[in-house]
Design a protein around this ligand. Structure first.
Ligand SMILES: Cc1cc2nc3c(=O)[nH]c(=O)nc-3n(C[C@H](O)[C@H](O)[C@H](O)COP(=O)(O)O)c2cc1C
Length: 385
């Protein structure tokens, strides 16, 4: 190992007391490996064994849904009862083959559930997505009682995850899904205790976190994936995002993963050109300038995901910008052992070609999702024609 990568090999101790063995994490990718009952399949167990052997200190699962009536895609995995404990346990165990951490990402899509799965999705307010294809139905505003029930569902799913052996939880508060909809002034027009001011818009996220923390204990890792911004006029800004990170630090969240964008603006995968200096652009990571800003204000551990392809950019992000964990998604769909290769200086970078189409941003993003999901299925041992 050269000195250069020594920094990537350093363990990271979290506030809860848990320790990540190194600084590379597999970021969440929806695997689409649930069966027709939305239970995990043996293929997901094989897939995570492969990723575990790949050397990342932390594997974050693709989003697991908290409610079977609100799905992102048909083969999502859902936890809303104890029907599938055996396979869930096998999934968690396979992921720990090399002693790394595996955190379950939990999610509710809100209005970002397609029409063919939800004829009337729920959301903080009755504000439809502004997308040309009319693929998403007009959402209905949640009642106060339903909001309380959804908080309970997040807590329940997290409790089952801990019970079956996942070593941590990630709350999905990014990418325009339900929690992110609560945070954004564009999608949350409520005037009750759940909206109207930035403080009230973040209440749903904080109550989900507090509920999970009080059930799972102070020594269990809890992370939040958050947007730096949603890149929409009148939407969730960097300034508001920084306020949320400060609030998360105050309540003791262990790790904040920074991403950005929504279905309307697919910034999370680099499809939206974020204005930034040329010198930053060369540093690969899409949300690096935001991280520099937030890092000057908070000391909570930060994972940065989106765009990292070379060891130089990863090392610099940690050593110069005080990023704590490097998140990799698409690279690990094609090279599951990339973390080990990077950590032992056997590889310096990975070159991924964009999956191109001449259509709109959404089609471009969808093509990437479809192509990378196919790569994930191949890793899981599925032969698709
Ligand atoms: C096929 C696929 C599925 C994804 N599913 C999720 C998901 O379930 N949850 C999530 O937070 N992000 C998801 N993402 C976004 C990634 O976690 C990550 O933020 C994004 O791909 C940018 O990182 P990268 O440049 O390393 O790929 C997904 C990305 C891809 C390509």
């Amino acid at each position: 190992m050269t000195n250069k990568v020594a920094i990537l090999n350093q363990p990271l101790k979290l506030l809860c007391g848990a320790q990540l063995p190194n600084r590379i994490a597999k970021a969440a990718m929806n695997e689409q490996l649930g069966d027709s009952n939305n239970a995990p399949t043996p293929e997901i167990v094989s897939l995570y064994k492969r990723w575990a052997l790949g050397g990342a200190g932390l594997l974050i699962t693709g989003n697991v849904m908290i409610d079977s009536s609100a799905l992102v895609l048909p083969n999502d995995i859902v936890i809303e009862d104890e029907q599938h404990l055996v396979l869930l346990e096998q999934w968690a165990n396979a992921s720990k083959t090399k002693g790394g951490h595996v955190w379950m990402q939990i999610n509710h899509p809100g209005r970002q559930s397609p029409k063919y799965l939800s004829s009337q999705p729920v959301a903080p307010s009755s504000v439809p997505l502004q997308l040309p294809a009319q693929e998403f139905a007009h959402p209905r505003a949640l009642t106060p009682a339903e909001i309380e029930q959804l908080i309970e569902r997040h807590i329940y799913t997290a409790t089952v995850a801990k019970k079956v052996g996942f070593t941590g939880i990630q709350i999905h508060a990014a990418h325009g899904y339900l929690i992110s909809q609560f945070l954004s002034p564009v999608s949350n027009l409520r005037t009750d205790k759940w909206g109207g001011t930035p403080e009230k818009r973040m209440r749903f996220l904080l109550e989900v976190y507090q509920g999970i923390r009080s059930c799972l204990g102070r020594d269990f890792p809890i992370s939040v994936k958050l947007n730096s911004a949603d890149f929409q006029r009148g939407g969730f800004t960097e300034e508001e995002s920084i306020n949320v990170v400060q609030a998360l630090e105050q309540v003791g969240v262990d790790l904040v993963e920074i991403s950005g964008g929504t279905y309307e603006k697919l910034a999370m995968m680099g499809q939206v050109k974020i204005p930034q200096k040329e010198s930053t652009r060369q540093r690969e990571a899409y949300f690096l300038e935001y991280v520099r800003l937030v890092r000057s204000i908070v000391s909570i551990p930060i994972m940065l995901t989106g765009g990292f392809r070379s060891v130089n950019a990863m090392v610099q992000a940690i050593s110069e910008d005080s990023v704590d964990v490097i998140g990799l998604a698409r690279p690990l769909a094609v090279a599951p052992d990339l973390p080990m290769q990077l950590l032992t200086s056997r590889t310096e970078n990975i070159n991924l070609q964009p999956q191109l189409t001449s259509n709109t941003d959404m089609d471009q993003g969808m093509l990437e999702i479809i192509w990378y999901t196919q790569q994930i299925h191949q890793l899981a041992g599925i032969r698709e024609c």
